[in-house]
Design a protein around this ligand. Sequence first.
Ligand code: HEC
Length: 102
Amino acid sequence: MRIPILISRAAAAALLTLPLAAAAEEDNPYAPLPPAEGVETVASHCAACHSARTFVHMRQGRDWWDDTIDRMKRDHGMWDIDTETREEVLDYLEANLGPETD
Ligand code: HEC
């Protein structure tokens, strides 16, 4: 007699978690960038000319991202960013889009 109760609880839990997961996605205005410290800065400097989809799948180390900023400036007319902002962008990219993150 207890089994049906357990099953219905599991079903109810599944129904509750699905909309929550969907809501979490909608709560991230910077998607597809993973929500983390610095995401706002990265979004405003790296998702201005193209979508973050251009690079969000690339798993690269800090040096490659550093070169990428230079490439964006040299080839695509990206604006200057101060050292502090550059470090914040690189910290985010390294931590969230690094070779080991997936
Ligand atoms: C001033 C405009 C501009 C800004 C700002 C900009 N990009 Fe780009 N980026 C481009 C253009 C134009 C291309 C080439 C066309 C495309 O792929 O959309 C490009 C292509 C890329 C590519 C693929 C080609 C390559 O050289 O690797 C990556 C990766 C990239 N951008 C990452 C970034 C990151 C990370 C930032 C933030 C630090 C950034 N971009 C900021 C204009 C910009």
